[in-house]
Design a protein around this ligand. Structure first.
Ligand code: BGC
Length: 763
């Protein structure tokens, strides 16, 4: 592999048409094409989000992979709410990539968790675009700090596995901008991933791989993306259309098939050769970046140190959901029963393209046995079994009954959730639920440790004293679980997704996964907590929830000024004190609420978070700075973000449902109101509420003064009148007003609106 920097202009001038075409496709499953004649080397890219998956055979998708550290899955990294920790993990993965001459990591996955059923939720960060953007963005920064690129995927709205290769996601523009594009947007702006992976699915009738709007106008034009777009593996439906859209690299190689198509199109004069140059150049730029890092040599990395980092990250991402009577942490001197084969044979990662050949794996049982000499273990079930085993369960109950506390490990299996398919329901296996019920009946100090990729229903939640959500915590996850159970680590993870009570409560319930061809996002912007908050529904565990072994108190929050203009930075702060006896970390969450909005908006939205570590009795002031975007909504008519003037509340919380304080301020908007488009169908209300034409109200609204109409009727007429298209002035005027009059009104409106433009440009 050559590590020499190439002179891109020179190479471009010497490339033949065939060579350019060859550059925008793969050489095999994982590499770009080399052109030895011009000294252009090939560059290697590999999966994936949880750690490096470098294939043993470059011509195959699934030939086994080199050993690498299997770090906690994205859901656990996200639950740390710690940008620095996620960045550290990214950096370690970047180093393992460099050690294997891998130049681009096909990660992170950052689709929004629209439904808990999505089979790939373990690979994704959050139901909230701000949290997802911040935490996956930290991963991008970490990997790239090693000089290894990332390919942020799957752009965009690959929120389900069912029919993912072709499904047409119907998403209204505001929802697309505020929820599904926002996480990609912030990462592009703040971290510039070297690459973006275009998804398999369609968005609003177009395959994203062939959408010039999505790949060029929005991604490059609006977000400022500078890298190259790679297709998800096999996603391209028409190579020329994709190229014209700005889809630079088709992967994997089609071994000449699509090269021939492009060549034929070129022969017919139907290939945009300038666009081909643009795409080929972007691949050469990537190859040069790759060469620069490769020239620094392959570093060594320490298997144990990375295992240790995987343990630290997992322990920080594990979420303590419930802890009654301080049953946790456990005391080593007590008799403890450990039940469930997951304790011995952990399931610690998800299935599919992110699957890592872990360097080692530690179960919680092994570690707990070292710490608790009197520990007793019962398998309770066999991993992979789908039915209950009476003998195993009876033994588990007997062991639990004879101990001071019982810790039951249960969860979902690889067959329940994975890339490639979605879950059909949100339930745990019936025999795992039954085991918990039986153990809890035998021992009132029962603790449940969960293994799963996304929210599950917990019918036994009120019957156990503690619940620990371990998710899929990576190869050192067992050690991390032991650390949390025994109090070596004070838990500080918080949910980056809501746990609803039942599947039927979820926003996407009626439209997920849609029909064979189409999924309509009828839930709009009301995804996750935005839905539960707006509907004031009870949830099992809310977004942002997570307990600690210590307690935190919040001061009254402070906002620096009582009024701001929206182009100023808003400064606010709150002081947090550790009021318990153990050192611990708190994730302070900041939600924004538009107090009175003329458009329908979520009850509150996450716009900031900080994690602070506090010794017992210690206080720290956490400062936040918010920009205009934190208060804006996407206005479809203006095709822009707009702030509506008025009061805004800043809600500081320990979770989305545990708000500890609120600061209010007035925000002056710099968005000027948008003039209506004046036609005979413009609504009278729109003309009257647009300030420059508001004076037309006198001419357009009926004068009811002096009539004896009741207030109710008056209100009804006024409201109806606002929604009349101006043409109804003619059709309802019994001959008193004609079309000429209406056209005159419209001319007058246009003049008033133009005047507004003129005066504002003079100011
Ligand atoms: C997955 C991608 C992955 C690619 C290569 C695709 O099926 O959707 O996430 O990077 O395969 O393995």
């Amino acid at each position: 592999m050559s590590h020499k920097h190439i002179d891109i202009d020179k190479v471009m001038s010497e490339l033949t048409l065939e060579e350019k075409i060859s550059l925008v496709g793969g050489k095999d499953f994982w590499c770009t094409r080399d052109i030895p004649r011009l000294g252009v080397p090939s560059a290697m890219m590999c999966d994936g989000p949880t750690g490096l998956r470098k294939s043993l055979n470059m011509d195959q998708v699934d030939s086994g992979s080199v050993p690498a550290t299997c770090f906690p899955t994205a859901v656990v990294l996200a639950s740390t709410w710690n940008r620095a920790m996620v960045e550290k993990v990214g950096k370690a993965i970047g180093k393992e990539c460099r050690a294997e001459n891998v130049s681009l990591l096909l990660a992170p996955g950052n689709n929004i968790k629209r439904s808990p059923l999505c089979g790939r939720n373990f690979e994704y960060y959050s139901e909230d675009p701000y949290a997802a953007g911040q935490l996956a963005g930290a991963y991008v920064k970490g990997v790239q700090s090693e000089g290894v690129g990332t390919s942020l995927k799957h752009y965009c709205a690959n929120n389900q596995e069912t029919n993912r290769f072709s499904v047409n996601e119907q998403i209204d523009e505001r929802t697309l901008r505020e929820i599904y594009l926002a996480a990609f947007e912030s990462i592009v702006k703040e971290a510039q991933p070297w690459s973006i992976m275009a998804c398999y699915n369609r968005v609003n009738n177009e395959y994203v791989v062939s959408s010039r709007h999505m790949l060029t106008d929005v991604l490059r034009g609006e977000f400022g993306f500078k890298g190259f777009v790679v297709s998800d593996w096999g996603a391209v439906d028409d190579r020329a259309n994709a190229l014209h859209a700005g889809m630079d690299l088709e992967m994997p190689s089609t071994y000449g098939v699509t090269d021939a198509q492009l060549k034929k199109r070129a022969g017919e004069g139907k290939l945009d050769l300038e666009q081909l140059d643009v795409c080929a150049r972007r691949i050469l730029e990537f190859v040069n970046r790759a060469a620069e890092t490769l020239s620094r040599g392959a570093p060594k990395w320490d298997v144990d140190a990375h295992h240790g980092l995987a343990r630290e990250a997992a322990a920080e991402g594990i979420v303590l959901l419930k802890n009654e009577h301080a049953v946790l942490p456990l005391h080593a001197s007590k008799k403890i029963a450990v039940i469930g084969e997951f304790a011995e044979k952990p399931r610690y990662q998800g299935g599919g393209s992110s699957f890592v050949n872990a360097t080692k794996a530690s179960g919680a049982l092994e570690e707990l046995k070292k710490l608790v000499p009197t520990l007793q273990y019962a398998a309770g079930y066999a991993t992979g079994a789908t039915k209950h085993d009476e003998a195993l369960r009876a033994k588990a109950v007997e062991v639990a009954a004879g101990c001071d506390a019982a810790v039951v490990f249960i969860g979902l299996s690889d067959a329940d959730e994975s890339e490639g398919f979605d879950r059909a329901h949100m339930r745990l296996p019936e025999h795992h639920n039954a085991l918990v019920e039986a153990v809890a009946a035998a021992n009132k100090h029962t603790v449940v440790v969960l293994t799963n990729a996304s929210a599950v229903e917990m019918p036994w939640a009120s019957k156990v004293q503690a619940i620990v959500e371990a998710y899929l915590p990576g190869q050192a996850g067992g050690l991390a679980v032991a650390d949390v159970l025994m109090g070596k680590v004070n838990p500080s993870g918080k949910l980056s997704e809501s746990f609803p009570k039942r599947l039927e409560d979820t926003s996407a319930y009626l439209s997920f996964p849609g029909t064979v061809t189409t999924t309509t996002y009828s839930d709009g912007v009301y995804v996750g907590y935005r839905c539960y908050d707006k509907r004031r529904m009870d949830v099992l565990f809310p977004f942002g929830h997570g307990l600690s072994y210590t307690t935190f108190e919040y001061s009254a929050p402070r906002v620096a000024k009582a009024a701001y203009v929206d182009n100023e930075a808003v400064h606010a702060e709150v002081t947090v004190t550790n009021t318990g006896k153990m050192a611990g970390s708190e994730v302070v969450q900041l939600y924004v609420r538009d107090v009175l909005s003329s458009i329908d908006r979520p009850a509150k939205e996450l716009k900031g978070f900080e994690k602070v570590h506090l010794a017992p009795g210690e206080s720290k002031t956490v400062k936040f700075t918010l920009d205009r975007r934190a208060f804006a909504y996407y206005d479809v008519a203006r095709k822009d973000w707009v702030v509506e003037e008025g009061d805004f509340e800043l809600l500081f919380g320990s979770s989305s449902r545990d708000v500890r304080g609120c600061a209010i301020f007035f925000l002056k908007s710099t968005s000027s109101p948008l003039p209506p488009i004046f036609t005979r169908n413009t609504l009278i209300g729109d003309i009257c509420s647009y300030p420059p034409t508001a004076s037309m109200s006198k001419k357009l609204r009926r004068d009811f003064s002096g009539t004896s109409m009741s207030p109710v009727f008056l209100h009804m007429f006024r409201t109806m009148e606002s929604s009349f298209p101006i043409r109804m002035k003619v059709t309802l005027a019994q001959g008193e007003i004609d079309w000429e009059d209406v056209d005159e009104f419209l001319e007058e409106c246009k003049e008033l609106a133009d005047l507004q433009v003129d005066t504002s440009s003079l100011l």
